[in-house]
Design a protein around this ligand. Structure first.
Ligand SMILES: NC(=O)c1ccc[n+]([C@@H]2O[C@H](COP(=O)([O-])OP(=O)(O)OC[C@H]3O[C@@H](n4cnc5c(N)ncnc54)[C@H](OP(=O)(O)O)[C@@H]3O)[C@@H](O)[C@H]2O)c1
Length: 261
Protein backbone atom coordinates (compact mmCIF):
# COMPACT_ATOMS: atom_id res chain seq x y z
CA UNK A 1 0.00 0.00 0.00
CA UNK A 2 0.96 3.62 -0.36
CA UNK A 3 1.54 5.71 2.75
CA UNK A 4 3.08 8.95 3.90
CA UNK A 5 5.74 8.30 6.50
CA UNK A 6 8.82 9.64 8.27
CA UNK A 7 11.97 7.50 8.36
CA UNK A 8 12.92 8.81 11.81
CA UNK A 9 11.95 11.41 14.38
CA UNK A 10 12.14 14.81 12.75
CA UNK A 11 12.64 13.39 9.26
CA UNK A 12 10.65 14.82 6.34
CA UNK A 13 7.48 13.06 5.23
CA UNK A 14 7.94 10.81 2.19
CA UNK A 15 5.67 8.75 -0.04
CA UNK A 16 6.51 5.11 0.67
CA UNK A 17 5.23 1.70 -0.33
CA UNK A 18 4.64 -0.51 2.73
CA UNK A 19 3.07 -3.90 3.39
CA UNK A 20 -0.58 -3.60 4.42
CA UNK A 21 -0.80 -3.76 8.24
CA UNK A 22 -2.18 -6.98 9.71
CA UNK A 23 -4.96 -6.75 12.28
CA UNK A 24 -4.14 -8.37 15.61
CA UNK A 25 -6.69 -9.78 18.07
CA UNK A 26 -9.44 -7.24 18.82
CA UNK A 27 -8.20 -4.99 16.04
CA UNK A 28 -9.95 -3.76 12.93
CA UNK A 29 -8.29 -3.39 9.56
CA UNK A 30 -9.72 -0.40 7.72
CA UNK A 31 -9.42 0.70 4.11
CA UNK A 32 -9.28 4.45 4.47
CA UNK A 33 -11.15 6.93 2.29
CA UNK A 34 -9.72 10.05 3.90
CA UNK A 35 -7.57 11.21 6.82
CA UNK A 36 -7.33 14.64 8.39
CA UNK A 37 -4.22 16.41 9.60
CA UNK A 38 -3.86 17.53 13.21
CA UNK A 39 -0.97 19.34 14.95
CA UNK A 40 -0.58 16.22 17.12
CA UNK A 41 0.55 14.28 14.02
CA UNK A 42 3.47 16.65 13.43
CA UNK A 43 4.35 16.63 17.13
CA UNK A 44 4.50 12.82 17.07
CA UNK A 45 6.86 12.90 14.08
CA UNK A 46 8.94 15.49 15.92
CA UNK A 47 9.30 13.01 18.80
CA UNK A 48 6.76 14.21 21.37
CA UNK A 49 6.11 10.61 22.51
CA UNK A 50 9.73 9.45 22.14
CA UNK A 51 10.75 7.39 25.16
CA UNK A 52 7.22 7.19 26.56
CA UNK A 53 5.74 4.66 24.14
CA UNK A 54 7.11 2.32 21.43
CA UNK A 55 7.21 3.53 17.82
CA UNK A 56 7.58 1.76 14.50
CA UNK A 57 9.45 3.18 11.50
CA UNK A 58 8.81 4.25 8.85
CA UNK A 59 6.42 6.16 11.09
CA UNK A 60 3.03 6.72 9.45
CA UNK A 61 1.35 9.62 11.28
CA UNK A 62 -2.35 10.33 11.55
CA UNK A 63 -5.07 9.63 14.09
CA UNK A 64 -8.23 10.84 12.35
CA UNK A 65 -9.89 9.11 9.43
CA UNK A 66 -12.89 7.64 7.68
CA UNK A 67 -13.03 4.33 5.86
CA UNK A 68 -14.45 0.87 5.46
CA UNK A 69 -13.75 -2.10 7.73
CA UNK A 70 -12.10 -4.83 5.68
CA UNK A 71 -14.26 -7.94 5.84
CA UNK A 72 -17.52 -6.46 7.15
CA UNK A 73 -17.65 -3.46 4.83
CA UNK A 74 -18.92 -1.29 7.71
CA UNK A 75 -18.23 2.38 7.01
CA UNK A 76 -16.82 4.21 10.01
CA UNK A 77 -15.03 7.38 11.07
CA UNK A 78 -13.20 8.44 14.22
CA UNK A 79 -9.85 8.28 15.93
CA UNK A 80 -7.30 5.59 15.16
CA UNK A 81 -4.78 5.46 18.02
CA UNK A 82 -2.45 2.55 17.57
CA UNK A 83 0.29 1.16 19.82
CA UNK A 84 3.04 1.02 18.85
CA UNK A 85 2.79 4.51 17.39
CA UNK A 86 3.45 4.74 13.65
CA UNK A 87 0.59 2.78 12.12
CA UNK A 88 -1.46 5.88 11.32
CA UNK A 89 -4.09 7.13 8.94
CA UNK A 90 -1.88 8.78 6.29
CA UNK A 91 -2.13 5.47 4.41
CA UNK A 92 -4.42 3.35 2.29
CA UNK A 93 -4.94 0.88 5.15
CA UNK A 94 -4.69 1.13 8.93
CA UNK A 95 -5.28 -1.24 11.82
CA UNK A 96 -6.75 -0.12 15.13
CA UNK A 97 -7.82 -1.63 18.41
CA UNK A 98 -11.62 -1.89 18.17
CA UNK A 99 -11.88 0.04 21.47
CA UNK A 100 -10.96 3.26 19.62
CA UNK A 101 -13.50 6.07 19.38
CA UNK A 102 -15.31 5.08 16.19
CA UNK A 103 -18.81 5.72 14.92
CA UNK A 104 -20.80 4.76 11.82
CA UNK A 105 -20.14 6.97 8.80
CA UNK A 106 -23.63 8.24 8.02
CA UNK A 107 -24.97 7.76 4.49
CA UNK A 108 -24.57 10.95 2.52
CA UNK A 109 -21.79 12.39 4.69
CA UNK A 110 -18.67 13.11 2.65
CA UNK A 111 -15.89 10.89 4.10
CA UNK A 112 -13.48 13.84 3.89
CA UNK A 113 -15.81 15.88 6.07
CA UNK A 114 -16.18 12.99 8.53
CA UNK A 115 -12.40 12.56 8.64
CA UNK A 116 -12.01 16.25 9.51
CA UNK A 117 -14.28 15.99 12.54
CA UNK A 118 -12.91 13.66 15.23
CA UNK A 119 -10.05 15.35 17.11
CA UNK A 120 -10.84 18.98 16.32
CA UNK A 121 -14.61 18.61 16.51
CA UNK A 122 -14.70 16.60 19.74
CA UNK A 123 -12.20 19.01 21.34
CA UNK A 124 -14.23 22.06 20.31
CA UNK A 125 -17.55 20.61 21.45
CA UNK A 126 -16.21 19.52 24.83
CA UNK A 127 -14.36 22.81 25.36
CA UNK A 128 -17.52 24.83 24.74
CA UNK A 129 -19.48 22.55 27.07
CA UNK A 130 -16.83 23.23 29.74
CA UNK A 131 -17.72 26.92 29.67
CA UNK A 132 -21.00 26.39 31.52
CA UNK A 133 -23.11 29.53 31.48
CA UNK A 134 -20.28 31.92 30.57
CA UNK A 135 -21.86 34.48 28.26
CA UNK A 136 -18.74 35.70 26.47
CA UNK A 137 -15.66 33.77 25.36
CA UNK A 138 -12.31 34.75 23.90
CA UNK A 139 -11.05 32.16 21.41
CA UNK A 140 -7.33 32.49 20.67
CA UNK A 141 -6.53 30.72 17.39
CA UNK A 142 -10.07 30.91 16.01
CA UNK A 143 -9.28 29.98 12.40
CA UNK A 144 -7.56 26.61 12.88
CA UNK A 145 -9.11 23.17 13.16
CA UNK A 146 -10.36 23.37 16.75
CA UNK A 147 -10.98 27.12 16.63
CA UNK A 148 -13.17 27.10 13.55
CA UNK A 149 -15.44 24.49 15.16
CA UNK A 150 -15.36 26.15 18.61
CA UNK A 151 -16.40 29.54 17.21
CA UNK A 152 -19.45 28.01 15.53
CA UNK A 153 -20.44 25.79 18.46
CA UNK A 154 -20.08 28.58 21.02
CA UNK A 155 -22.18 30.95 18.88
CA UNK A 156 -24.83 28.26 18.44
CA UNK A 157 -24.88 27.93 22.24
CA UNK A 158 -25.74 31.62 22.44
CA UNK A 159 -22.35 32.85 23.62
CA UNK A 160 -20.75 36.08 22.48
CA UNK A 161 -17.56 34.94 20.76
CA UNK A 162 -14.55 37.24 20.60
CA UNK A 163 -12.12 35.67 18.09
CA UNK A 164 -8.48 36.54 18.76
CA UNK A 165 -6.39 36.13 15.62
CA UNK A 166 -2.75 37.05 15.15
CA UNK A 167 -2.09 40.59 16.37
CA UNK A 168 -5.52 41.05 17.97
CA UNK A 169 -5.70 42.50 21.47
CA UNK A 170 -7.55 40.65 24.19
CA UNK A 171 -10.42 42.21 26.11
CA UNK A 172 -12.10 41.08 29.31
CA UNK A 173 -14.60 38.24 28.94
CA UNK A 174 -16.25 35.53 31.02
CA UNK A 175 -14.11 32.75 29.55
CA UNK A 176 -11.02 32.06 27.46
CA UNK A 177 -10.19 29.18 25.13
CA UNK A 178 -6.50 29.46 24.27
CA UNK A 179 -5.55 27.15 21.39
CA UNK A 180 -2.19 28.78 20.72
CA UNK A 181 -0.05 29.42 23.82
CA UNK A 182 2.86 27.04 23.89
CA UNK A 183 4.26 28.15 27.23
CA UNK A 184 2.99 28.97 30.68
CA UNK A 185 3.73 32.69 30.65
CA UNK A 186 1.87 33.29 27.36
CA UNK A 187 -1.15 31.43 28.65
CA UNK A 188 -1.09 33.16 32.02
CA UNK A 189 -0.94 36.55 30.28
CA UNK A 190 -4.06 35.62 28.29
CA UNK A 191 -5.81 34.03 31.27
CA UNK A 192 -5.74 37.37 33.09
CA UNK A 193 -8.59 38.46 30.81
CA UNK A 194 -11.10 35.82 31.92
CA UNK A 195 -12.00 34.16 35.23
CA UNK A 196 -12.51 30.80 33.46
CA UNK A 197 -9.63 29.82 31.18
CA UNK A 198 -8.55 26.71 29.28
CA UNK A 199 -5.56 25.88 27.11
CA UNK A 200 -5.05 22.80 24.94
CA UNK A 201 -1.26 22.56 25.20
CA UNK A 202 -1.01 21.55 28.87
CA UNK A 203 0.98 24.67 29.76
CA UNK A 204 -0.80 25.85 32.90
CA UNK A 205 0.43 25.13 36.43
CA UNK A 206 -3.26 24.67 37.30
CA UNK A 207 -4.32 21.25 35.95
CA UNK A 208 -7.95 22.41 35.78
CA UNK A 209 -6.93 24.84 33.03
CA UNK A 210 -5.22 22.13 30.93
CA UNK A 211 -7.96 20.76 28.70
CA UNK A 212 -7.70 17.23 27.35
CA UNK A 213 -10.23 15.92 24.85
CA UNK A 214 -11.94 12.67 25.82
CA UNK A 215 -13.02 10.70 22.78
CA UNK A 216 -16.55 9.36 22.79
CA UNK A 217 -18.64 7.67 20.17
CA UNK A 218 -21.64 9.71 21.32
CA UNK A 219 -19.75 12.96 20.66
CA UNK A 220 -18.81 11.76 17.17
CA UNK A 221 -22.43 10.88 16.42
CA UNK A 222 -23.56 14.32 17.64
CA UNK A 223 -20.99 16.08 15.48
CA UNK A 224 -22.01 14.15 12.38
CA UNK A 225 -25.67 14.96 13.08
CA UNK A 226 -24.87 18.66 13.47
CA UNK A 227 -23.09 18.64 10.11
CA UNK A 228 -25.90 16.79 8.38
CA UNK A 229 -28.49 19.17 9.87
CA UNK A 230 -26.53 22.13 8.51
CA UNK A 231 -25.71 23.38 12.02
CA UNK A 232 -21.94 22.91 11.72
CA UNK A 233 -19.79 23.81 8.76
CA UNK A 234 -16.58 21.85 8.27
CA UNK A 235 -14.02 24.24 6.82
CA UNK A 236 -11.69 22.14 4.67
CA UNK A 237 -9.09 24.43 3.15
CA UNK A 238 -7.06 21.71 1.42
CA UNK A 239 -7.91 18.30 -0.01
CA UNK A 240 -4.63 16.61 -0.90
CA UNK A 241 -4.30 13.28 -2.76
CA UNK A 242 -2.33 10.77 -0.67
CA UNK A 243 0.47 10.56 -3.21
CA UNK A 244 1.02 14.32 -3.00
CA UNK A 245 0.66 14.62 0.76
CA UNK A 246 4.32 14.99 1.74
CA UNK A 247 3.85 18.70 2.48
CA UNK A 248 0.75 18.55 4.68
CA UNK A 249 2.62 19.87 7.72
CA UNK A 250 3.52 23.02 5.80
CA UNK A 251 1.52 25.53 3.85
CA UNK A 252 -1.73 25.00 5.70
CA UNK A 253 -4.69 27.32 5.34
CA UNK A 254 -7.47 28.03 7.81
CA UNK A 255 -9.63 25.10 8.93
CA UNK A 256 -8.64 21.54 8.11
CA UNK A 257 -6.33 19.78 5.68
CA UNK A 258 -7.66 16.41 4.51
CA UNK A 259 -5.75 13.67 2.71
CA UNK A 260 -7.82 11.78 0.14
CA UNK A 261 -6.78 8.15 -0.51
N1 LIG B 1 -5.44 18.84 24.54
C1 LIG B 1 -6.17 18.31 23.57
O1 LIG B 1 -6.98 17.41 23.81
C2 LIG B 1 -6.03 18.84 22.19
C3 LIG B 1 -6.93 18.46 21.20
C4 LIG B 1 -6.82 19.05 19.93
C5 LIG B 1 -5.80 19.96 19.68
N2 LIG B 1 -4.91 20.26 20.65
C6 LIG B 1 -3.86 21.27 20.43
O2 LIG B 1 -4.53 22.52 20.28
C7 LIG B 1 -3.78 23.34 19.38
C8 LIG B 1 -4.70 23.85 18.27
O3 LIG B 1 -5.13 22.74 17.49
P1 LIG B 1 -5.75 22.98 16.05
O4 LIG B 1 -6.11 21.67 15.50
O5 LIG B 1 -6.78 24.05 16.10
O6 LIG B 1 -4.46 23.56 15.30
P2 LIG B 1 -4.38 24.34 13.92
O7 LIG B 1 -5.43 23.81 12.99
O8 LIG B 1 -2.95 24.32 13.52
O9 LIG B 1 -4.83 25.81 14.30
C9 LIG B 1 -4.08 26.66 15.10
C10 LIG B 1 -4.50 28.08 14.73
O10 LIG B 1 -3.87 29.02 15.59
C11 LIG B 1 -3.44 30.10 14.80
N3 LIG B 1 -2.40 30.85 15.47
C12 LIG B 1 -1.10 30.53 15.58
N4 LIG B 1 -0.45 31.47 16.29
C13 LIG B 1 -1.40 32.38 16.64
C14 LIG B 1 -1.36 33.58 17.39
N5 LIG B 1 -0.24 34.03 17.94
N6 LIG B 1 -2.52 34.26 17.57
C15 LIG B 1 -3.67 33.81 17.05
N7 LIG B 1 -3.78 32.69 16.32
C16 LIG B 1 -2.64 31.99 16.11
C17 LIG B 1 -2.99 29.47 13.53
O11 LIG B 1 -2.92 30.42 12.51
P3 LIG B 1 -1.83 30.23 11.33
O12 LIG B 1 -2.42 29.23 10.39
O13 LIG B 1 -1.77 31.62 10.78
O14 LIG B 1 -0.55 29.77 11.93
C18 LIG B 1 -4.09 28.45 13.31
O15 LIG B 1 -5.21 29.03 12.66
C19 LIG B 1 -2.62 22.49 18.88
O16 LIG B 1 -1.47 22.78 19.64
C20 LIG B 1 -3.08 21.07 19.16
O17 LIG B 1 -2.01 20.17 19.30
C21 LIG B 1 -4.99 19.72 21.88
Amino acid sequence: MWAIAAADFGAPLELVELPEPTAGPDELKVRLFAASVNPFDRKVVDGMLRGSTPHVFPLVPGTDGAGEVVGSGERIFGTFFHHPVGIGTYAEYVTVPAENTLAPLPDGLDPAVAAALPTAGMTALQLVESLGDAESVLIVGPNGGVGSFAVQIARAAGKRVIPIGRGDSLVEADALIDLVSADRSSFEANARYAPLAFNTNYVSSDPAQNFGMKGSRETLVRLASMVQAGDLEVPISRRVPLREAVDVFAGRGPGKTVIIM
